[in-house]
Design a protein. Structure first.
Length: 631
């Protein structure tokens, strides 16, 4: 067995060609694994991982600017990359994803080169790099357009430069200053590596200072000036704002607006350190849980053991202490300021440090244990990570929230004056923005945020929003913006907000002052769409709910239902209606086998808990026609 291991070592003796081919195979395997999970649609969803994905898709397609702190280097490179891909026919939804994939592969390539340099072992470097590509947050940031893949490039590159043997200290200092400045300009948390980097180069830097004080001092000054170069891409922000870009975050055209974005002032409220020992332990527990989820217990334990042991291995003593400092700085940050940015994203460099420590310790084992036992354990851990990460990432990249928001925006009426769609900042807003500014599907909509002057806008056109907006901004908020508010649902998932009510003359009263003006029903693939127009005969006497039931021939028990606590998706109670006010309402009733008729009407709950209902109409399914396109 030992003889076979020695033959394998000899066959795998690294050369540039072997290393390049090995890295290519690792990257190709990862791409095959990533491919089914890549974001190919407009991003959306309520998960924090997806908060900024839609914004990035818009930004990289229209040469726009991102939220604080701007990330101009990522934005500029992304716009160039996406423009090139789109010229080749790549869809605008998918091209930004490939930009992040590219940077993640670069980060993995640097990691591979560093571990190969440290261990002189192709197998250890390849398997460690393969494992680094599989934790769920690193995987996620390889398959969606996000800034953290570039952050990982800078972080791994800085560690590599700091510990790389054989590079003259003056050259290393200048490269660290250049890449470090670019890294910190890209994302401020790259600065957390500073203690580790200083420790790694300190002996050689001190020796250079003692032997050549003048040259060392001049190099330090030159490095300081070089580090500032990384911030030059920030001129992109005011230039694009002043150049009339259609997608600009904030107002970087003014010094105040630029500085506000540069320092991330709007996130200042998150900079609140723990106040009690309980808070500290809670943040520490959350951080360990994140690492547990990223690496799985089977991989985290040996990684942690390797990190602990590495400083005591003579060959890797200084590397081990460097990795301790890198790990410690990020771990302390997550304990002290756990919520400032997504903690899972901050943990990406911790995962890289742990796997780097594991790879270095792995290379010290006997050949048989290193290649046979190590390969088996690496394969087992890879399968575990794939099983844990793939469903998680797939659920995020296939979330239909953004696509549904675009479809709902298409249903905003265009025949009642200039349509103005207010969507609060978030995944639905950025998804619809993609359809306005990139694909042009909703180019005739005026899209605004919740910070807009809605009172002025309501006088310039017809104001709409989507039904889910009211979870964040309820009716009272709208009243604070507009004064008197009247709601109506002109189409599925769409709410019209008006300052004066719509009126109806001929009203068929049902109960308690509320009547029916009209109803139309049509059949969609996913169910039956009801377009109901209610009205108040007089000021309604109580708040009424709406029932919509699919019934069979022999029973009054509904097969499916689309009930609502109040009209307009539950957001407009009947006691708020004025006499003569007409309110349009929409329902989508799911289909079911054995359904033969559709019934809808109004009901309320008595004080004893029983329900009293009043049927408005009952319609045979055989009479319902298919919906026309767009309904």
């Amino acid at each position: 067995m030992a003889g076979y291991a020695r033959c394998l070592v000899s066959a795998l003796k690294p050369t540039f060609l072997k290393a390049a081919l090995t890295l290519s195979v690792v990257c190709a395997l990862l791409l095959l694994i990533y491919a089914p999970t890549m974001l190919r649609q407009v991003g959306g969803g309520e998960n924090p991982y997806m908060d900024d994905v839609g914004e990035a898709q818009v930004t990289l397609n229209v040469w726009g600017t991102l939220h604080h702190s701007g990330y101009p280097l990522w934005t500029i490179s992304g716009n160039v990359f996406v423009s090139a891909l789109r010229a080749l026919g790549v869809p605008p939804e998918f091209a930004p994803t490939l930009h992040s994939t590219l940077w993640q592969l670069v980060a993995l390539g640097v990691f591979f080169a560093l571990l190969l340099h440290l261990t002189d072992d192709l197998v250890v470097a390849a398997l460690s790099t393969f494992l680094l590509g599989l934790p769920r947050t690193i995987w996620f940031h390889a398959v969606v357009p996000e800034v953290y893949s570039l952050s990982l490039v800078f972080q791994v590159s800085l560690i590599a430069l700091a510990v790389w043997r054989g590079v003259p200290i003056y050259r290393r200092v200048m490269l660290l200053a250049l890449i470090g400045g670019m890294g910190v300009a890209h994302h401020r948390l790259v600065a957390l590596l500073a203690p580790a980097l200083l420790y790694a180069v300190l002996p050689e830097a001190w020796q250079a200072l003692r032997s050549q004080p003048r040259r060392a001092s001049l190099t330090a000054l030159a490095a300081l000036a070089t580090s500032v170069v990384g911030f030059l891409p920030y001129v992109y922000l005011p230039l694009r704002a002043q150049g009339g870009a259609v997608w600009v975050y904030g107002d970087p055209s003014t010094w105040h607006g630029f500085w506000h974005e540069f320092i991330g002032a709007e996130a200042g409220f998150l900079f609140t350190p723990p106040r009690t020992l309980t808070d500290i332990f809670e943040n520490a527990s959350k951080t360990v849980t994140i690492l547990w989820q990223e690496l799985s217990p089977i991989l985290l334990v040996p990684c942690a053991a390797a990190l602990i042991a590495l400083p005591f291995i003579r060959r890797y003593g200084r590397l081990g202490m460097t990795l301790w400092l890198a790990f410690g700085a990020h771990f302390v940050w997550l304990i002290a300021l756990h919520r400032v940015v997504m903690p899972e994203a901050v943990s990406m460099v911790i995962v890289a440090v742990l796997l780097l420590a594991l790879g270095a310790a792995w290379a010290t084992l006997e050949h048989g244990m290193r290649y046979i036992g190590g390969a088996l354990l690496a394969t087992l851990n890879a399968l575990i990570l794939i099983a844990l990460s793939a469903p998680f990432v797939t659920a995020l990249t296939s979330d239909p929230v953004g696509v549904r928001a675009i479809e709902a925006a298409k249903r905003v009426p265009r025949d009642q004056g200039a349509p103005i769609l207010m969507l609060p900042w978030g995944p639905r807003h950025t998804a619809v923005a993609f359809s306005v500014y990139v694909t042009g599907e909703n180019a005739d909509l005026r899209l605004v945020k919740h910070t807009a002057d809605l009172a002025a806008l309501s006088k310039a056109g017809t104001l709409y929003t989507l039904r889910d907006t009211f979870y964040r901004f309820p009716l009272d908020w709208w009243r604070a913006q507009l004064g008197t508010v009247h709601l109506s649902a002109p189409s599925l998932d769409v709410v019209q907000i008006a300052t004066s009510p719509q009126r109806a003359d001929q009203i068929e009263e049902i109960v308690a002052g509320v009547g029916l003006v009209s109803v139309t029903v049509c059949e969609r693939a996913e169910g039956y769409r009801l377009d109901v127009r209610w009205a108040a005969v007089r000021p309604p006497e109580r708040d009424l709910s709406v029932f919509v039931h699919l019934l069979g021939d022999e029973s009054a028990v509904p097969l499916t239902q689309a009930d609502s606590s109040a009209p307009v998706y539950g957001w407009y109670p009947t006691r708020l209606w004025q006499a003569g006010e007409s309110v349009r309402d929409q329902y989508l009733l799911p289909k079911a086998e054995r359904g033969t008729r559709l019934a809808f009407g109004l009901y309320w709950q008595q004080e004893d808990g029983s329900f009293e209902s009043f049927t408005a109409r009952e319609i045979a399914l055989s009479e319902i026609e298919p919906c026309s396109s767009g309904e």
